[in-house]
Write a protein that binds this ligand. Structure first.
Ligand code: GDP
Ligand code: MG
Length: 443
């Protein structure tokens, strides 16, 4: 099972959860069990998993739920956010400075994918900055420099000298590239040692003598949460400025490795998932989680919840109930959101009050809302507060002023009147029901 399948099972758990015919609390508990099982199987540290799921529980069962959403929506949103959190929250970039020479030293144990990463990255950086030179200090693996040359395009040279030791090779290579006007120098290392301690000692020695701008640690994802100890060991001895996690294509433990590295605070800048030169990408936790869960819908849900949570206040509802819903209120709705979705959603919440509003009030009517926003801007304050004043001549003026047809203006007015009528036909009882449902005190 590879990482992709972990995503698929999370996705399945989310869908099941949202469709489960159980009361919220029970469904949340089942969902949490599912998520725990999946993440632990992906080798995410148990404590991290526990923290994540207790946040889901806490937020979905205790916190206030925004209008128009369920506790389950909150749970799914929390899962999404906490997974991002688990992976380091924000996207971190490789700190290359243009206009000067950048030396990057690649460290990591043998077989972690350093040489492959150096080749992949050389190609990317060459496209971005130009003039990239590579140095192979691997005097142990036979023909390590040839391995690099074969992967690299012709314009990217590899410096190597079998007669020298790794430190000498690095120093001479840097000197050569500097004198030839190179921008970026990538230094590959061997990483083959009897034990991790010898390896780290050599890295310390290399770092001390060549003083690289960035030490890049390469970690093999197949080691799962053991990546924590590895990243920590390297970070404590050398100044690790970036981490690249490799082989996400060949393990189910990718989530474990990524979260473990993130937990050490070291920034993951790239991940790789294949042997070919193209199989490398910048690591963006947010994008990664969206793709892992395989749902654009989840982002949509999060966005809608954020919009809705700032949306309707008790004051708005009182206004609606009192029948004083002016074009100005209508305009405010559109200005705030570019749509009237939350308002129509609000009305859907009232039992027996199935919505008779024109379809323009739906979430999809973005273009129309934009147009209406422009029309409303052409109206005077007086008109907005007293829409009944808007008669034929004013309609013509407004249409001209906003560059639309008279029909467009009429359509907007009709929609407003329909909405107002619908709103004012809501009895006080409906209102009270609604307030109760929203957890607001009476009017
Ligand atoms: P090094 O010893 O750290 O220099 O590691 P190498 O770059 O030589 O890679 C070790 C092995 O892992 C090679 O067979 C690579 O082709 C393979 N490898 C590297 N990166 C990836 C990856 O992202 N996915 C897969 N499936 N294999 C990889
Ligand atoms: Mg190598």
């Amino acid at each position: 099972m590879v990482l992709r399948e972990v995503g698929a099972s999370l996705n399945k758990a989310v869908r099941r959860f949202l469709g489960l015919p159980l009361p919220d609390e029970k469904a949340v508990n089942e969902f949490i069990k599912d998520v725990q099982r999946i993440l632990i199987k992906a080798d995410v540290n148990v404590e991290l998993v526990y923290n994540l799921t207790s946040k889901i529980k806490e937020k979905s069962l205790k916190a206030e739920v925004p209008i128009g959403f369920s506790r389950r929506d909150v749970a799914v949103k929390t899962l999404y956010e906490e997974l991002i959190n688990l992976l380091g929250e924000k996207q971190r970039k490789l700190p290359i400075r243009s206009g000067r020479i950048n030396t990057l030293l690649f460290v990591g144990i043998e077989g972690s994918g350093k040489t492959t990463v150096v080749a992949k990255l050389a190609r990317i950086l060459d496209k971005q900055y130009g003039k990239v030179g590579v140095i192979s200090t691997d005097t142990i693996r036979p023909a390590a420099n040839i391995q690099l040359e074969q992967m690299l395009p012709e314009n990217i040279p590899v410096y190597f000298d079998p007669k020298k030791n790794p430190v000498e090779i690095a120093i001479d290579g840097i000197k050569r590239y500097k004198s030839e006007g190179y921008n970026i120098i990538l230094i590959d290392t061997a990483g083959r040692h009897r034990n991790e301690k010898d390896l780290i000692n050599e890295m310390i020695e290399l770092e001390r003598t060549i003083k690289p701008d960035i030490v890049v640690l390469v970690v093999d994802a197949t080691i799962g949460q053991a990546a924590y100890a590895q990243a920590k060991a390297f970070s404590e001895s050398t100044n690790v400025g970036a981490v690249i996690v490799t082989k996400l294509d060949s393990t189910a433990k990718g989530g474990g490795a990524l979260s473990a590295v993130a937990a050490t605070g070291a920034p993951i800048v790239y991940v790789t998932s294949g042997e070919s030169l193209d199989d490398i990408e910048e690591f963006d936790p947010q994008r990664f989680v969206s793709r892992l869960l395989g749902m654009g819908d989840i982002e949509e849900l999060v966005k809608r919840m954020e919009e809705a949570s700032v949306e309707i206040t008790p004051e708005d509802i009182r206004k609606i109930a009192s029948g004083k819903f002016t074009l100005l209120d209508f305009k405010n709705q559109i200005d705030q959101l570019g749509k009237l979705g939350p308002l129509s959603k609000l009305m859907e919440l009232i039992p027996g009050f199935s919505v008779n509003l024109p379809s323009e009030f739906g979430y999809q009517a973005q273009d129309k809302m934009k147009k209406w926003g422009v029309i409303l801007k052409s109206m005077t304050k007086e008109e907005l507060e007293n829409p009944e004043l808007i008669k034929r001549t004013r309609i013509v003026r407004i249409a001209k002023g906003s560059g639309v047809t008279v029909r467009d203006v009429k359509e907007l007015l009709k929609a407003y009147h329909t909405m107002k009528k619908t709103l004012s036909s809501m009895g006080r009882r409906d209102m009270r029901k609604l307030m109760k449902r929203l957890g607001m005190k009476g009017m």
